[in-house]
Design a protein around this ligand. Sequence first.
Ligand code: BV8
Ligand code: ZN
Length: 242
Amino acid sequence: MNIENTFAEIRARIAQAKSITVLTGAGISADSGVPTFRGAEGLWKNFRPEELASPEAFERDPMLVWQWYNWRRELLATKSPNPGHHALAELEQRAKNFWLITQNVDGLHAAAGIQKLSEIHGNIWKVRCTSCRIVTDNHDVPIEILPYCPSCQGLLRPHIVWFGESLNPEDLRNSYDALQSCEILIIIGTSGAVYPAASFGSVAKDHGAYVIELNLDPTPNSDLVDVAIQGRAKDLVPRLLS
Ligand code: BV8
Ligand code: ZN
């Protein structure tokens, strides 16, 4: 594959596409210094997700879970969007119709200016009361452990979708609308290990979309997509723009 010719073809398709959907994972934030989950330096290397990112874990030991999320918040507080995030914000400005679905909870797409966004696994800078269920922004670094609801004194939890928890129905509706109506789906920086996001490539493909994967390593999606390019998102994503 001649990478330059491939990118030239992709840019031509993007320039005349009526609607573009993007799906991102931890790989797009890796170049901002945010650890991924399953890579060699991934978060899951030291922690088992079931032990931390599940309602059972929070039930069993809310202190441990909050210590883990506080550690990630403290790390994220020092990170900012990279050229990959900024290129997607530029793409949103140029495209006729655009939607970004992210599995990331780091808030970096919004920080780069993305408007049309579904954070399908939640957002680490939001907390939800386990009693009155109110969702609020919380940027305290460090966060008080354990944090309690200012209005009802209920225990607060991260507003994040844990394993075994259903995704927000509005996020799912917006995501499937975007996947079923797009002419082009661009999948960036996800290992394709977690459902339902792992199936989004085939949802778009089944509706005749042209699917592009930009990722450091091959993934289960790589055989399904129309073009898979290996590399770092900060280098590849800006090349989507003419
Ligand atoms: C649900 C929040 C309905 C925590 C996360 C069996 C079959 C099918 C499904 C299931 C099953 N068993 C269980 C399920 C359901 C389960 C699931 O999919 N499990 C998997 C493990 C099999 N899913 C769920 O539970 C979901 N809910 O399905 O509801 C339901 C209800 C009840 C019972 C059943 C079903 C909820 C899923 C949400 C889980 N929450 N995170 C937190 O973040 O603190 S998932 C976690 O993984 C993160 O959110 C992350 O976003 C997500 C996906 O990871 P990636 O983003 O892909 O990151 P990863 O590190 O894996 O990969 C990074 C990639 O980037 C790599 O490929 C690497 O090569 C690349 N890369 C690295 N550097 C760069 C790069 N690329 C480019 N540039 C670079 N520089
Ligand atoms: Zn409350």
